[in-house]
Design a protein around this ligand. Sequence first.
Ligand code: R5P
Length: 277
Amino acid sequence: MDLILTPSSPLLGKRVAEELGIRISSVTFKRFPDGELYARVESSESAHVVVCSLNSSEDFVLLNLLFDAIKGDVIAVIPYLGYARQDREFLKGEAVSVRVVAKAIEDRAEKVITVNIHSEKAKESFKKLVNVDAMPLIGENYRGKDLVMISPDKGSAERVKVAARFANCEWDWLEKRRIDEKTVEISPKSIDVEGKRVLIVDDIISTGGTVIEATKKLYELGAKSVECACVHAVLADFAPVKLFSSGIKDLVATDTVERIFSKISVSKILAEEIKEI
Ligand code: R5P
C-alpha cells in the first residue's frame, strides 16, 4: 500500500504516510493552458490511500481523475468533505450536492474516511463512511487552560461538550439563527462569561459570520477575551481579516484544511482508522 498526495492536503497526507510508515507514490498533476486538469499515477501497488480534502470544486475534479488513474484498491481519506452543507433539498429542485460527492467517491473507494462531517444528514448519503471526531484533539490542545468553551449554536453543543471534557473546562452554548449564507443572528442568552477567557469552538469557520456575531455577544456579556478554534478552517471571503478585526484574539484549527492556523494535526487519528482496515 502507498499514499497519494493531492494539492489540497500535501502536509496532512505526508504526516499520515509517516504515521503508517508507507511510501508516498509518484504522481504528476498538470494544468493545461485552457485550465483543464491532468493527473498521472505511477505506482504498481495493489492498494492506495488518497488523502484529498474537498476545499474547492477543482479538488473534486482532481480526486475523480485520480480514481481513474489508480489501478488498485482505494482508501479515500477526505479530511474536509466539502459540499456536505448542501445535505438536503432546502428548496424544491435543488441538487443534493453531498449525494453527488458520496456517489462518486463510493463508486471507486473500498473505504471512505472523513473528519467531523457537517451533519448526520450528510452522513446518510454514504454507505462506507467512517466519520472521525477531532473534538478530543481540540480539547487536549486547551487542557489546563483557564477558559470556558462556547458553542455558537445549539447544533454544535454536543461537539463542544466533547472538547470541553478533554480540556477539563466549563462549556455553554449560544442561540443562533441563520438569515442567509453570509448572515447569522446570535440571540442573547444568559451565560456566565463575565471576566473570563472564552474559546468559541465550531466544526467549520467559513465566512466567519457565526464566530463574529458570537464574539460581539460574548464581549457584551463581559468576556475578558475571545478566541476561536475549529476543525475545518475554510476561511472564505477574507474571513481572517474580519475575525481579527472583530476582536478575536486567536484562531486555532486542525489541518483538515491546511492553513497557517492549522496547529492541531488529525494525522494520528486518521492513521489509526486506516490501520483498522
Ligand atoms: C453551521 O452549522 C456550522 O457549524 C458553522 O457554524 C458554519 O458553517 C459557519 O459558517 P460561517 O463561518 O460562514 O458563519
